[in-house]
Design a protein around this ligand. Structure first.
Ligand SMILES: [Fe+2]
Length: 288
């Protein structure tokens, strides 16, 4: 397994402190730092969640508020750069400010979406601290999911997981890949399924929790909480933060974070499951 892992998620916001406080309050995130410009970075023990104050000085090609881009820690910048140049035929490599709120270098995926890259861990704990709520899922909307999967596999060593192969078998465009911690879902932007919520680029992300009822109770006092339709193969709950960013909460369905490796109900399980199949310990008859 290569040492590349997704571990940074950046939001743009006009009120980054208030948004950061929402996530801190509900998911007990650790604060990594704040800048004079108003940026706030938090961690779940592995990810760096950065809320950037939206401003021209960021020099971003797209300056819409909301979920903005991901970041990856790479085992070797030299190797990642060589694969990036070979895969995208591109030379667009931009320096980032580094530090706790940014990566070291900016790549762009084949559809022009920004990707921060760093040899360091974005200021998050060097060794993963497994906390009660942790990010294990990131979902993109893209024009051609297969092309984005190829980019993440080639440049960052993501493995296409078993459920992705099943979607292929059903003629679907959706692709899923893992890096050992994150299940990366790549959904087609143009899709006519009812309930499909298009947003190009980073569409949403997801927390795995093991105390769903208590969390929903607290969240529902602040935001609207709706259970996902039972026929959808994805996480149990879809929520919208106070600025409309989408996130999933999952406990019993979990996510396939590597080939036949699942994070579900607070633990890691190996096996060839359907999405939603691993279930809770109770429904497995109390085993393992
Ligand atoms: Fe999702």
């Amino acid at each position: 397994m290569t040492g590349c892992q997704m571990r940074y998620l950046a939001f743009l916001s006009d009120e980054p402190q208030a948004l950061a406080e929402f996530y801190q309050r509900h998911f007990a995130l650790i604060e990594l730092g704040r800048s004079n410009e108003g940026d706030v970075s938090l961690s779940d023990g592995f990810y760096n969640l950065t809320f950037l104050r939206r401003r021209e000085a960021l020099n971003e090609p797209h300056l819409e508020n909301g979920l903005h881009h991901v970041g990856l820690q790479v085992d070797s910048m030299e190797r990642a750069l060589a694969e990036y140049r070979r895969t995208t035929y591109g030379e667009v490599v931009v320096d980032e400010p580094s530090g706790v709120h940014f990566g070291d270098v900016r790549f762009f995926d084949p559809e022009g979406m920004p990707v921060s890259v760093s040899e360091g861990g974005f200021g998050a704990p060097a060794t993963r601290e497994v906390r009660p709520a942790r990010i294990q899922h990131v979902a993109f909307n893209s024009l051609l999911p297969q092309r984005i999967l190829h980019f993440y596999s080639t440049v960052f060593g993501f493995r296409e997981v078993t459920n992705s192969v099943k979607f292929r078998g059903r003629g679907r465009m959706n692709r899923f890949a893992g890096d050992g911690v994150t299940n990366l879902a790549i959904h087609p932007y143009f899709h006519d399924t009812e309930g499909h919520e298009a947003r190009f680029g980073v569409n949403h992300f997801g927390f795995l929790v093991n105390d769903m009822d208590r969390r929903l109770d607290a969240l529902s006092k602040e935001i609207q909480v709706a259970k996902r339709p039972a026929n959808r193969p994805f996480a149990e709950y879809r929520l919208f933060d106070p600025e409309g960013n989408k996130f999933d909460l999952s406990q019993a369905k979990g996510w396939e974070v590597d080939i036949d490796v699942w994070e579900v109900d607070g633990e890691r399980r190996e096996g060839r499951f359907e999405t939603g199949e691993p279930g809770t310990r109770q429904s497995m008859g109390g085993t393992a």
